[in-house]
Design a protein around this ligand. Structure first.
Ligand SMILES: [Zn+2]
Length: 376
């Protein structure tokens, strides 16, 4: 066996070696990475490798399977490896900081990788990391009645637990004052049509409302996202002082369990099927549907008559059959009342509705919802 084959075999063994963490990408956790940064000593997936290529001063990459590895680099990889290097570069990641996973969008991974290795923000001997606290700046916000994005000033007041945005210049009252208490932020790049597209969801007057924003700079939008998470953590710590931080972190922001187009008929199941955007939100225990996935706020209220986007609660212990015609979708809690506080879902008729839907493509049933959250 030549050097080339022998070293490739050593690397493949190293990928599986117990106690190294090498079987998952050092940056996003994707299984079975087959690329490596031979300057940093970590094994990474193809996607993260693409980010590493952008800063060759700090990271240099090779394919485990396709490239030639000489003895000295294989030894360097053996001495280092994912767990070893993560301990150094992730020594103190703030609790609020979002660590991306394999299925997250590129901007989250890119900024995480840059923060980690390029800016070295999380190393033990780095500068002291303070809570982002207040934040102010401009974001492009999608207009309510058309698809145009308009430059808007946003102000986050972490201590007060408020996010405000302004349509006019300084001095005018804000267009909206949003409580951090009910806020969620999730990157929705495809839906918004921008690689830095962020959806901010909040409540007002018991309605769920959305803002769709982006910033040209990936760092700026991810910094906003993490600042919102930090403000949420600050609020949750005050609201639930008895709970340890680690139990609050999963509730800072959340992604939809499942979303996409399905076809829906009306309550009598005689109306023609129409294409609607459905979004299943596990923590809210709601299934929302929209005439258009980018509606901001005006369609969410449940009204009798022509309910374009009435809210439906989707509790995990109710029958939830998606993907077949004439199946039933949810009944459940009225808005703002956690299901855990409902004496009986069957008794709750105010919002009960049966909707027949047909999936446009095969959909899997979502995972069961996590346990009740602390009343967010
Ligand atoms: Zn990765």
């Amino acid at each position: 066996m030549g050097d080339r084959e022998r070293n490739k075999k050593r690397l493949l063994e190293l990928l599986q070696a117990a106690g190294t963490g090498n079987s998952h990408c050092a940056d996003c956790g994707a299984a079975d990475p087959d690329w490596a940064s031979y300057k940093l000593g970590v094994f990474i997936c193809l996607n993260c490798c693409g980010v590493h290529r952008n800063f060759p001063d700090i990271s240099k990459v090779k394919s485990v399977r396709l490239d030639f590895w000489d003895d000295s680099i294989v030894e360097f990889m053996t001495r280092n490896g994912n767990l070893h290097v993560k301990a150094k570069f992730e020594a103190r990641v703030p609790a609020f900081y979002y660590i991306p996973q394999a299925n997250d969008c590129l901007v989250l991974k890119e900024q995480w990788i840059r923060a980690k290795y390029e800016r070295r923000e999380f190393m033990a001997d780095g500068e002291t990391i303070s809570l982002p606290g207040n934040r102010e700046g401009f974001l492009w916000k999608r207009g309510r009645n058309n698809s145009q994005f308009l430059r808007r000033r946003f102000v986050l007041l972490a201590r007060e637990g408020l996010l405000k945005y302004y349509t006019k210049e300084e001095g005018k009252s804000p267009k909206a004052v949003i409580s951090i208490k009910d806020l969620n932020a999730t990157f929705q790049t495809e839906k918004i049509g921008h690689p830095h597209g962020l959806q901010i969801t909040y409540r007002r007057d018991s309605h769920v409302r959305n803002l769709f924003v982006y910033h040209e700079s990936g760092k700026e939008i991810v910094d906003w996202f993490n600042a919102l998470r930090a403000a949420r953590l600050q609020y949750l710590k005050m609201a639930f002082p008895e709970l340890p931080e680690s139990e609050l972190v999963p509730f800072l922001t959340r992604n939809y369990l499942k979303q996409g187009f399905m076809e829906k008929t009306g309550p009598k199941q005689k109306e023609p099927f129409k294409k609607r955007w459905f979004a299943l939100d596990s923590h809210e225990r709601r299934l929302l549907y929209y005439k258009n996935p980018l509606l901001h706020q005006q369609r969410v209220a449940a009204t009798a008559g022509d309910p374009l986007t009435e809210e439906l609660a989707a509790a995990e212990h109710l029958e939830l059959l998606v993907g077949r015609r004439s199946s039933h979708l949810g009944l459940g809690c009225p808005p703002l009342v956690p299901c855990s506080q409902q004496p009986s879902l069957a008794m709750n008729s105010a919002k009960t509705e049966t909707v027949a839907v047909a999936a446009l493509e095969p959909h899997q049933l979502p995972e069961p919802s996590p346990p009740p959250h602390p009343g967010i």
